[in-house]
Design a binder for this molecule. Structure first.
Ligand SMILES: Cc1cc2nc3c(=O)[nH]c(=O)nc-3n(C[C@H](O)[C@H](O)[C@H](O)COP(=O)(O)OP(=O)(O)OC[C@H]3O[C@@H](n4cnc5c(N)ncnc54)[C@H](O)[C@@H]3O)c2cc1C
Length: 385
């Protein structure tokens, strides 16, 4: 049966839901509060980042990756499948990366991974700071997209390709079973409504959001001017500090040494949740970050000290030809501490898709497709809430 599907939110989560619904022949309308998407989906590194995802989310992650490559080809979105490097500048970081490799050996996941010794990595990737460098874990799974242009191109493509109706510049102020109302008072009826409102937990179903195990997180980011003369980063870059951040590395017992050393040497990095990464967009700009401040610590103001710490740590591990900054900003997402994405239903015919945290670009297409397969009677739901 063809359904009328209403989506609230034109970020990557809403767009992914819209695509999976439209592909099944449903009539889709997207309501987005701002005239062009401006939330977390345009503020990130553009990292499609399977290497950071826990084992429980691997199928969803790889499904999402496949969908990115498909939509990039169909919608004319730039996507660079250049892989990723985790750089080891300390013996304990090397130990974690080698333990991770050993644990994955013989698995399908492990076939995507390779240890690059110091000489090989330095010869291939001019970006690496050689001082103290010991080697790197290369993964061929990661993709880079330009988050701003991709998130703004997708709705236009959905409209052209599937006749998806775009109602941007319209806030949804109320949702009930099978209907929603805009702030202007217009009521629209749908068989299914999917709320993908990002970190906004106050406008729709605030009582339900308050019961979900979600935490808001603010991240500071920087971006360089385009690097000159076609200079290439060559891969997404992650540091030893990053090993503390993604749950994928928690399977390594050697991780404790890294965590304890960094806590003792540089407690300021733990205070602001700093680990450092870099990606490069299609305009040659290098996107750099990031910090993590949660809930009550979130201020509207960006901290110059945090930016300085991020740059201090990046300069220890990479050498860019041009470190001049073109832009600085922050973004906010909501995450489930130690948990995955949530799709729940506050009323019949109404669903909320949330909790992708720092992996929304990586997971959104997988979350949407998994949930739509489930609604079509094929496979498990994203979450059982
Ligand atoms: C700095 C930063 C770096 C990140 N880096 C990465 C990365 O490299 N890789 C990765 O996988 N993930 C990354 N993430 C996470 C990823 O960006 C998010 O998980 C993802 O963008 C969340 O998508 P979303 O659609 O839920 O939220 P959003 O993009 O915030 O979209 C929600 C939309 O809903 C709209 N909205 C809200 N309420 C209403 C309403 N009532 N009516 C109408 N519209 C409404 C908002 O205007 C907004 O446009 C990063 C996040 C940040 C902040």
């Amino acid at each position: 049966m063809v359904e009328r599907v209403g989506i609230v939110g034109g970020g990557i989560m809403g767009l992914a839901q819209a695509w999976s619904a439209a592909e099944r022949g449903h009539q889709v309308t997207i309501f987005e509060r701002t005239r062009v998407a401006s939330g977390a989906s345009i503020r990130n590194f553009g990292m499609v980042w399977p290497i950071g995802q826990p084992e429980a989310l691997r199928d969803m992650t790889l499904l999402s990756r496949e969908r990115w490559l498909q939509v990039a080809a169909e919608a004319g979105i730039w996507a660079n499948p250049y892989g990723s490097l985790h750089l080891a500048h300390h013996a304990d970081e090397q130990a974690v990366l080698q333990e991770y490799l050993d644990l994955q050996a013989g698995s399908a996941w492990g076939t995507h991974l390779q240890w690059l010794d110091r000489e090989t990595a330095l010869a291939r990737y001019g970006v690496i700071n050689p001082e103290g460098f010991r080697g790197a874990l290369y993964s061929d799974m990661e993709i880079c997209v330009n988050p701003t242009s991709a998130t703004r191109r997708l709705p236009i493509w959905l409209q052209e390709r599937y006749d998806v109706e775009l109602k941007f510049g319209q806030t949804i102020s109320e949702v009930g079973s099978g209907w929603l109302k805009t702030a202007q008072g217009e009521k629209h009826d749908f068989e299914r409504i999917i709320i993908c409102s990002g970190h906004d937990r106050e406008t729709l179903f605030p009582g339900l959001y308050a019961q979900l195990p979600l935490r808001a997180c603010k991240l500071q980011m920087l971006r360089t001017y385009p690097q000159a003369a076609g200079w290439q980063l060559g891969a997404h870059i992650a540091s030893g500090l990053t090993l503390r951040h993604y749950s994928s590395f928690r399977v390594c017992s050697s991780l404790t040494d890294v965590i304890e050393r960094i806590a003792a040497e540089s407690p300021e990095l733990d205070e602001f949740g700093i680990h450092v990464m870099a990606s490069q967009d299609d305009l040659g700009r290098v996107v750099l970050g990031d910090s993590h401040e949660y809930e009550e610590r979130i201020e509207p103001f960006d901290s110059q000290r945090i930016n300085e710490l991020i740059l201090r740590e990046l300069q220890k591990i990479i050498c860019l030809p041009d470190w001049r900054m073109e832009s600085q900003w922050h973004g906010i997402y909501t995450k489930v501490p130690d948990g995955g994405p949530i799709v729940c239903s506050p009323e019949s015919r109404v669903y909320i898709a949330t909790g992708v945290g720092g992996a929304g670009m990586t997971l959104a297409f997988g979350v949407a497709e998994t949930q739509w397969r489930h609604w079509s009677g094929d496979g498990p739901a994203v979450s059982q809430r």
